[in-house]
Design a protein around this ligand. Structure first.
Ligand SMILES: Cc1cc2nc3c(=O)[nH]c(=O)nc-3n(C[C@H](O)[C@H](O)[C@H](O)COP(=O)(O)OP(=O)(O)OC[C@H]3O[C@@H](n4cnc5c(N)ncnc54)[C@H](O)[C@@H]3O)c2cc1C
Length: 383
């Protein structure tokens, strides 16, 4: 079997699956291994038995892109249904649309105050502009400074502290300053040209992508069961392998955590079922200032064709510390030390000529789904 393989791919998320498909179409024989018992990586979804809802097991995944090639690719393998995500924040018991925009003013302030602020914002910046809270603070009107502080205090700072496990003093001022306010009435969370979800879910999309005679998949198979790197050469099942290895798993695990595990923030996902048709009025509600979870997502809003009547399922996301091999690595922590450790791993990987690092774990970067599909397309076309 080994002599037939042209490329070994570690990981069956978007990075691995898209690469596998494109290589298979070029005529290459591809072996895909994943340590989990399912394909789809963090986009994996399934039907919940109790409620009939389609749930995203690793957090809500909404597809959005400005890249027509990427949209064509996913639309080729799945019927995409138009879906525009809406997020609200629970602020002092009221639901406020995010990102903060002119509609939000009327949701959180009395009408007359909201109206005055709207006039000031449109006169100062022009309708349709995006401004940052730093720019708001620089304006002479005290009401605009008040608004900037309000958004910082009520929407941004506590959410960020919960998400990253930081104290307020550790929150990067540059990031804070960039929090945007939209001077328009667009309450959609994303503004990309193409937005949607696969009608029958991401897992079905991945099944279709991977359904090719040249692709062979082994689940429940960690890379270490198959792949070994010795003296900058790759070995599969103990034999030297001169084909390509596309590695989309954790780069630290690949090198046995030689420079310590790379730091991540993890999330505990708690699903809860309720005996009513709907739990909340938006797909996602953020809780910046109360509770230990950051947000609640109700899947019936996202996949409307799934779900029984009078019962619903929600997901609460609790950010937690990450421990290698115990909790899931979700968000890379971009500290100086982490970046330096990544560079050391990357330098080691570069010495292995047939090894290609691709994906959020191997590249230690936060990528949206469309970014990673575009990267996989680019990478494969360069091979
Ligand atoms: C909570 C959350 C919500 C998100 N929501 C969105 C969203 O709404 N829209 C959006 O565009 N993006 C979203 N993303 C980003 C999206 O999840 C990523 O872009 C995408 O998963 C990246 O694909 P990948 O293939 O690089 O990684 P993954 O999907 O993580 O796939 C990597 C695969 O490699 C396997 N693997 C790892 N190590 C090994 C090993 N040693 N051996 C064998 N297999 C291994 C893993 O089991 C996994 O299946 C979200 C991310 C998070 C964390």
């Amino acid at each position: 079997m080994l002599q037939d393989i042209d490329t070994l791919i570690v990981g069956a998320g978007f990075a691995g699956a898209v690469s596998a498909r494109l290589l298979a179409e070029k005529g290459e024989k591809v072996l895909v291994v994943d340590k989990r018992n399912h394909i789809g990586g963090n986009c994996f979804d399934k039907i919940d038995f109790a409620t009939g809802a389609l749930i995203h097991m690793y957090g809500p995944h909404l597809f959005h892109t400005d890249n027509p090639e990427v949209w064509d690719f996913v639309s080729h393998f799945a019927d995409m249904e138009v879906y525009e995500h809406r997020v609200k924040a629970n602020i002092d018991g009221k639901l406020a649309s995010l990102p903060f925009n002119l509609e939000t003013l009327y949701e959180v302030f009395p009408n007359t105050v909201a109206m005055e602020m709207e006039i000031m914002l449109t006169e100062s910046f022009g309708y349709g502009e995006n401004v940052t809270i730093l720019d708001l603070k620089k304006q002479k009107e005290p009401q605009l400074e008040f608004l900037a502080n309000y958004i910082y205090d009520k929407v941004f700072v506590n959410y960020t502290m919960k998400q990253w496990g930081l104290g307020p003093e550790d929150i990067d001022k540059e990031v804070t300053a960039r929090v945007p306010v939209r001077i328009n009435r667009d309450s959609r969370y994303f503004t990309d040209r193409y937005q949607g979800v696969p009608i029958y879910g991401y897992t079905k999309l991945f099944e279709n992508i991977l359904d090719h005679d040249n692709i062979h998949i082994l689940l429940n198979t960690p890379a270490s069961d198959v792949l070994e790197i010795k003296s900058n050469k790759t070995y599969i099942f103990g034999k030297e392998f001169k084909g390509k290895v596309i590695y989309t798993g954790g780069i630290d695990a690949l090198f046995n955590y030689e420079y310590k595990p790379l730091p991540y923030r993890s999330v505990f996902m708690e699903f809860e079922v309720f005996g009513k048709d709907r739990y909340q009025e938006a797909a996602t509600v953020n809780y910046p200032n109360n509770f230990d979870f950051t947000r609640i997502t109700e899947f019936k809003h996202i996949h409307k064709t799934f779900g029984k009547k009078d019962v619903t399922i929600i997901l609460k996301e609790y950010p937690i510390a990450y421990e290698a091999n115990k909790t899931e690595p979700y968000y890379p922590m971009f500290t100086k030390e982490a970046k330096a450790a990544y560079k050391k791993y990357e330098a080691k990987a570069k010495k292995v000529k047939n090894l290609i690092l691709l994906g959020r774990l191997a590249e230690y970067k936060y990528y949206d789904m469309d970014d990673i599909i575009a990267r996989a397309m680019e990478k494969v076309s360069s091979l």
